[in-house]
Design a binder for this molecule. Structure first.
Ligand SMILES: O=c1ccn([C@H]2C[C@H](O)[C@@H](COP(=O)(O)OP(=O)(O)OP(=O)(O)O)O2)c(=O)[nH]1
Ligand SMILES: [Mg+2]
Length: 148
C-alpha cells in the first residue's frame, strides 16, 4: 500500500525537485535545501533549513525527517531532533534542523539533499490514569540495571 502525500511547493522552492526515492527499495526519499544563498554552518552551529515544501499527509500517517548517513559520516552533519516528526495535520513548511557536529564549517548549497523523509503509520494510544500498574520481571530497574 502506498499512501499518497500531496505536496505544495512554495515560491522559494518552486524550481527544486519533489522528494524522490533514489533506488527501487529505498525507504527514505531525499529532501532538499531551499536556501536562497549558500548557508555556512559553523562547528556546533544549527540552522532551521527550509525545504520549500508543504505536505498534506493522510490521517493515520506521519512523516519522519531523518539524517543522511553520507552527510553524517563524511561531514559530521546530522539533525538535532532526529527523527523529526511531521504531524498529519501540519500545514506549514517542512524544515530541517541541521547541526554541524564537526570541527569544520559546512556549507549547505541550494538544492542539496540534506535529509530524508520516511512515511510511517501512526498508532495513537488512549491515556488513562491508574492507581497502580501491573507487576513485571524488570520492575523499576532501568538505566543500565542489566549491566553492560
Ligand atoms: O524536523 C521537523 C520537525 C517538525 N516539523 C514541523 C512539523 C510538525 O508537525 C511541527 C511540530 O513539530 P514538533 O511537535 O516536533 O515540535 P514542537 O516543538 O512540539 O512544536 P508544536 O508545539 O508546534 O507541536 O513542526 C518540521 O517541519 N520538521
Ligand atoms: Mg509538538
Amino acid at each position: 500500500m502506498s499512501p499518497t502525500i500531496r505536496i505544495m511547493r512554495l515560491p522559494h522552492g518552486a524550481d527544486l525537485p519533489l522528494p524522490a526515492y533514489q533506488t527501487a527499495g529505498a525507504a527514505g526519499a531525499d529532501i532538499r535545501a531551499a536556501v536562497e544563498e549558500p548557508l555556512v554552518l559553523a562547528p556546533l552551529a544549527r540552522a532551521l533549513v527550509p525545504t520549500g515544501l508543504v505536505f498534506d499527509i493522510p490521517e493515520g500517517f506521519e512523516v519522519q525527517v531523518r539524517p543522511r548517513s553520507g552527510l553524517a559520516a563524511r561531514h559530521g552533519v546530522s539533525l538535532l531532533n532526529t527523527p523529526g516528526t511531521v504531524d498529519s495535520d501540519y500545514r506549514g513548511e517542512v524544515k530541517v534542523i541541521l547541526v554541524n557536529l564537526s570541527a569544520d564549517p559546512f556549507t549547505v548549497s541550494r538544492g542539496e539533499r540534506i535529509a530524508q523523509i520516511v512515511i510511517a503509520p501512526v498508532v495513537r494510544a488512549v491515556f488513562e490514569e491508574a492507581e497502580a500498574v501491573s507487576a513485571s520481571e524488570r520492575g523499576a530497574g532501568g538505566f543500565g540495571s542489566t549491566g553492560r
